[in-house]
Design a protein around this ligand. Structure first.
Ligand code: SAH
Ligand code: SF4
Ligand code: F3S
Length: 486
């Protein structure tokens, strides 16, 4: 779930955190009440901000891109590493200076940090008026009313059912071509380092009808790519019987009344052959050959899998409670290469310096990277999170300088592999979906190929949202450089 860092595939140690990327929104400036929302963390959080904006729009709020003008300021937060929370705290200090001159402005903390710290946040951050966890967004208009009546307002109730299935998200900062669709919420895996099961609650899958409908609506509006989001998409499971719904019609796979991830992928792929389908994140313990065969069968399901390994050593993986071994992981990668071929993009998340990791065990991570040949990775050093299994059971005993050195070795390794993987593509022609103007030059466009690689090429008369065949002539470690061909 770290794909937000688009064409920056390798991050230096100090910046290796998705939460340093933030977006804000802009909208119709004429509405009477104004909302400013800023998001940190994974795609799920960015997708949630679109749901929040939709809920707030119905309550008469329009969005603004400057927090100075806002009646309500929301900051949608991430708790994944300590640094993520520090970034948010710094930002709240900045909001404080505005609030000092504009005391009627309401400040709300949403998302994972709200869920982790609950009412404690109100004591720690005096300027905060509202604390709302990820399952409490429908309650935001009421929470705002409570503040109007002179109280502070908190809702951090975690639901077993909430999927916001019926809410049509307001697309924020959209390029009009690619969009996220949330297909499930929460996580039932208890990876020992991870705070997500505590901040997002139990796993639940969204009604597949509502997912297909959202994909269709996006396609009708001109979008050409959807990314299906979940912490572990492979465990997507929706049962008509459990949900008291009629069985799906015209869908052989779903005759049993149960829709698994492979079934869902097929359903979304059938929305239109020109709608690309991506998904994130896959879990090595759950990804099935059925999913791989479904990807192979449908040209519009992209040939790319984000399959976080976290470590290449079986003992460390066991301590991490990832519930697979190095051998199991390698078996899954072999299956991907066998069914989808050498060109299938594979990326990973890696954690350096987990509790008790030895130098030899760290070497196993590097050799796994050599074996898999990841196109890119998101790389972090271990940051202990209060309340997690690892924090309770193991000592965070690897000194920071060693964690950073190991992380840098992982980053250097990935840099070299990314460049080799990109060089393999020189001379090849890829179908590219154009997402917009290149960040470096207005004379160039940029898009991605099926394997999720960013390609830049001269603009000519091509437009955003079009598919174009691009021949790769050159590359860097992060980007392919080419030209459109017939
Ligand atoms: N559901 C996804 C991960 C979401 S969190 C999955 O299972 O892969 C994104 C990434 O943050 C994780 O894959 C992990 O590499 C990293 N991460 C999570 N907790 C961390 C911690 N305590 N310290 C450092 N990195 C962490
Ligand atoms: Fe965290 Fe593991 Fe769940 Fe991913 S699968 S969100 S790493 S607990
Ligand atoms: Fe995402 Fe951060 Fe929460 S990664 S699920 S926003 S802790």
């Amino acid at each position: 779930m770290t794909e937000l860092i688009k064409d920056i595939d390798i991050l230096p140690a100090e910046e290796a955190a998705c939460e340093t990327f933030k977006t804000t929104i802009d909208g119709n400036k004429s509405a009477s009440k104004k909302l400013y929302i800023e998001s940190y963390g994974c795609q799920m959080n960015f997708s949630d901000s679109e749901i929040v904006s939709s809920i707030m729009q119905k309550d008469g709020f329009d969005t603004t891109s400057s927090f100075e003008d806002a009646d309500v300021v929301f900051i949608n937060t991430c708790s994944i590493r300590e640094k993520a929370e520090l970034t948010v705290r710094k930002r709240l200090t900045q909001f404080n200076t505005i609030k000092a001159q504009k005391p009627e402005m309401k400040i709300g903390v949403l998302g994972c940090m709200a869920e982790r710290l609950k009412a404690k946040l109100l004591e720690e951050e005096k300027i905060v008026d509202i604390v709302a966890g990820p399952d409490a967004y429908r309650d935001l208009p009421n929470l705002i009313k409570e503040v109007d009546e002179g109280h502070k307002a908190v809702n951090t109730f975690l639901s077993r059912e909430e999927t916001y299935a019926d809410i049509s998200p307001v697309r924020l900062n959209s390029n009009g071509v690619t969009a996220f669709i949330s297909i499930m919420r929460g996580c039932d895996n208890m990876c020992s380092f991870c705070v997500v099961p505590f901040t997002r609650g139990r796993e639940r899958s969204r009604d597949p009808h509502s997912i297909v409908k959202e994909a269709q609506e996006l396609f009708d509006k001109g979008y050409r790519e959807v990314t299906l989001l979940g912490q572990n998409v492979d465990s997507y499971k929706w049962s008509a019987i459990e949900n008291n719904k009629a069985r799906l019609e015209k869908n052989e796979e779903a005759q049993s009344g149960v829709v698994n991830f492979a079934n869902l992928l097929k359903m979304v792929a059938l929305v239109h052959p020109d709608l690309r389908v991506r998904f994130s994140t896959s879990h090595p313990k759950d990804i099935t050959d059925e999913v791989l065969h479904t990807m192979k069968k449908h040209e519009n399901i992209c040939n790319y899998i984000h399959l976080p390994a976290q470590s290449g050593n079986s003992r460390v993986l066991e301590l991490m409670n990832r519930t697979y071994s190095r051998e199991w992981y390698i078996n899954r990668v072999d299956a991907i290469r066998e069914i989808l071929g050498e060109d299938c993009g594979i990326s990973s998340d890696m954690i350096a310096g987990f509790c008790t990791e030895t130098e030899e065990e760290h070497q196993d991570t590097l050799t796994l990277m050599d074996y898999v040949r990841y196109d890119f990775s998101y790389m972090f050093y271990y940051s202990e999170r209060p309340g997690t299994l690892a924090a309770k059971k193991y000592e965070d005993d690897i000194p920071l300088n060693i964690k950073k050195r190991r992380l840098n070795e992982i980053i250097d390794k990935q840099r070299a592999i990314s460049l080799t993987r990109n060089r393999r593509d020189i001379g090849k022609v890829f179908k590219v979906l154009i997402e917009g103007t290149s960040k470096k030059s207005t004379d160039e466009l940029q898009g991605r190929n099926s394997a999720n690689k960013v390609i830049v090429f001269p603009k000519k008369d091509f437009q955003k949202g079009q598919y174009v065949n691009v021949k790769v002539n050159n590359c860097t470690g992060a980007t392919l450089i080419g030209e459109a061909v017939d």
